[in-house]
Design a protein around this ligand. Structure first.
Ligand code: ADP
Ligand code: MG
Length: 353
């Protein structure tokens, strides 16, 4: 592994009690057009039994971060630096075999689209029981019973009969549940859910989120909930990490971040979100512009080209100096607290109720 750019970020707090601890993670892809800096110095912690929401627009690096945690990138074509510690074990230099074992025993992922995660050629039951057999050495009968039990747990009616169905015989919501059963069959201590409900209608979405909460209660898993929907975060998460252009721009508890956002990008996300605004008649304002290229990111704040407040900061620092994310509750922004209060907090506060 070659060394990348020097570490620019102040490391986040050393969470000795964290189950998952990510420090200064950088993930770069070599492409024909150049090097894509998909994740550019990311640090966060997650404790057992807690849920971290990762939010940000499409392309901000949410999925790449989590695929990296799971060790699912091709390490020959992907340059990964920094540290990912799971229960004290360093994953960035773990072997493929080690990672494969961890993906069954300790960590699992729920994808946005169950159809891509489930094979059309095998029964639902087999796809739940096989990983269980592989990781526990259980007999076929034990594994089948376990698959039935898991289907029951995720709310599939008549699981004894449905265990022999193929994915196409399930509805979209049931397939999503079956995939959750598959992910949870080995009681993963870390569950990464990447937009798990985006493709589902609101009723099923709420059921799946409730199900995840119940299962978390039962298994005490740590969950990373990746979403572009702040409503899902409000419903599920303890802490939030707001990502923009491969970096974390704001971090805090759900209450802190949603009630008193401290980064103009988070404010923009909140203003563009229907479900959190108290007044449904108030117009939603999408954030103008689009994120910068990750091939050649700007030198200052990555959000500066879309930020309405850059003129408040003297010396053009927003476009020349990259704001750092401090430890704990923090936002990577050059505005002072007083400037933030005047610039946006008073305008967004009434909306958040
Ligand atoms: P999201 O926040 O929507 O999940 P991603 O993590 O999927 O965003 O992607 C972050 C950035 O990395 C995007 O610009 C995407 O195009 C780029 N990217 C993801 N995977 C690859 C890859 N294998 N090769 C090159 N670029 C990639
Ligand atoms: Mg994604």
């Amino acid at each position: 592994m070659t060394t990348l750019t020097k570490t620019e970020d102040v490391p986040a707090p050393t969470g000795s009690d964290a189950f998952l601890s990510v420090r200064d993670l950088r993930v770069q892809f070599s492409t024909e057009d150049g090097i894509v800096k998909a994740v550019d110095g990311l640090s966060f912690d997650l404790k057992r039994g807690q849920t971290l929401g990762i939010v940000g627009e499409s392309g901000s690096g949410k999925s790449v971060t989590n695929l990296t945690v799971l060790g699912l990138h091709n390490r020959r074509t992907t340059n990964i630096t920094g540290s990912i510690r799971l229960d004290g074990e360093e994953l960035t230099d773990a072997s493929d075999r080690q990672l494969e074992k961890l993906r069954g025993d300790k960590m699992a992922m729920i994808f946005q689209d169950a159809l891509t995660a489930l094979s059309p050629y095998y029964t639902v039951g087999r796809q739940i029981s096989e990983p269980f057999r592989k990781h526990t050495g259980a007999s076929k009968k034990e594994a089948r019973d376990r698959a039935i039990e898991m289907l029951g747990k995720v709310g599939i009616p008549d699981p004894k009969r449905r265990v022999d169905d193929y994915p196409h015989q399930f509805s979209g919501g049931m397939r999503q549940r079956a995939m959750i059963a598959m992910s949870l069959v080995c009681n993963p201590e870390l569950l990464i859910a990447d937009e798990p409900t985006t493709a589902l209608d609101v009723t099923v979405q709420a059921q799946i989120l409730d199900l995840l909460k119940d299962l978390q209660q039962e298994f005490g898993s740590a969950i990373i909930m990746i979403t572009h929907d702040l409503g899902v975060v409000a419903n599920m998460a303890d802490d939030v990490l707001v990502m923009y252009a491969g970096r974390a721009v704001e971090r805090g508890t759900v209450r802190e971040v949603l009630k008193q956002p401290s980064h103009p990008y988070t404010v923009g996300l909140l203003k563009s979100m229907p479900s959190l605004t108290s007044d449904v008649n108030e117009p939603l304002t999408p954030i103008p512009g689009s994120p910068p290229s990750l091939l050649n990111p700007p030198p200052g704040c990555a959000f500066s080209a879309r930020c309405a407040h850059v003129d408040l900061v003297a010396g053009g620092r927003c476009t020349s100096e990259r704001p750092q994310l401090a430890d704990g509750r923090a936002a990577a922004c050059h505005l002072t607290e007083e400037q933030k209060r005047q610039a946006f907090f008073e305008t967004i506060q009434p909306r958040l109720g």
